[in-house]
Design a protein around this ligand. Structure first.
Ligand SMILES: C[S@@+](CC[C@H](N)C(=O)[O-])C[C@H]1O[C@@H](n2cnc3c(N)ncnc32)[C@H](O)[C@@H]1O
Length: 234
């Protein structure tokens, strides 16, 4: 009798813990599925990138009505004609950038702030530029509210980079440029990497990874992609 009540007690405790965990993060299971199927199940192998993706709550970077779809491997609208990129592409770009703790990284195209948050799980020096002031403001507020205090966001034109904080160990551009912006190349450290989709607005676009060695840049094509354009303000 005593062992039965102990068993029932244990079962209630486990059940209570499961319910509490689900209430704290109702998307934990969906995120785990994304990790296994869309990241580890493909070619994302960098343990720091995998950890960062696991720790970043993508559902808190989209509007409430889209939260149910936050862990689908697809981009989602975030307003102003912009999108939050699909999780696989965010992970692939972060992996290609090879960011390590203590390094300084620039993101161009803050959008929702999700990619910046993923980077902030790896290093505490993240700078991000967004052209649309409303998106820059809401991303900065969201990142601060979620505790990503190490991300600095500014509204401005990413083609210019952020010279005050250059050079960067890595630059991740999350909108497609017709060609590689020369100022971003200039602001890359020797040995640094620039990950950027390049191509016309309606494709074909390729995701490129450039590595700097002195004044020489080697270029690797990672995969075909479809990004919103990196707008050139007049
Ligand atoms: C695919 S979305 C970025 C998604 C974002 N990284 C995220 O995690 O949500 C591309 C973003 O680039 C921004 N953008 C376009 N042209 C830009 C420019 N010249 N400078 C900075 N941001 C720009 C867009 O407004 C849009 O928010």
């Amino acid at each position: 009798m005593r062992s039965m009540s102990y068993g029932v007690g244990l079962m209630l405790f486990v059940l209570g813990s499961v319910v509490a965990a689900a209430a704290a993060d109702p998307y934990a299971a969906a995120r785990q599925l994304m990790m296994e199927k869309d990241l580890k199940g493909r070619d994302i192998t960098d343990v720091q990138v995998l950890k960062a993706m696991e720790l970043t709550p993508r559902h808190l970077f989209v509007s409430p009505e889209l939260q149910q779809r936050a862990y689908d491997d697809r981009p989602l609208p975030i307003g102003h004609g912009a999108t939050i990129s699909q999780p696989y592409i965010v992970a692939l770009m972060t992996q290609a950038a090879q960011v390590r703790p203590g390094q300084r990284v620039l993101e161009v195209g803050t959008g929702s702030g999700y990619q910046a948050a993923v980077l902030a799980h790896i290093t505490d020096e993240v700078y991000s530029i967004e052209l649309v002031p409303e998106l820059a403001r809401s991303a900065a507020e969201r990142l601060a509210r979620l505790g990503y205090k190490q991300v600095r966001v500014k509204a401005g034109d990413g083609y210019q980079g952020w010279p005050e904080f250059a050079p960067f160990d890595a630059i991740v551009v999350t909108a497609a440029a017709p060609e590689i912006p020369p100022r971003l190349k200039d602001q890359l450290k020797d040995g640094g990497r620039l990950v950027i989709p390049v191509g016309p607005v309606y494709g074909p676009q390729n995701l490129l990874c450039l590595t700097r060695k002195g004044d020489t840049f080697t270029e690797e094509i990672l995969c075909p992609v479809a990004f919103v354009p990196l707008v050139q303000p007049r």
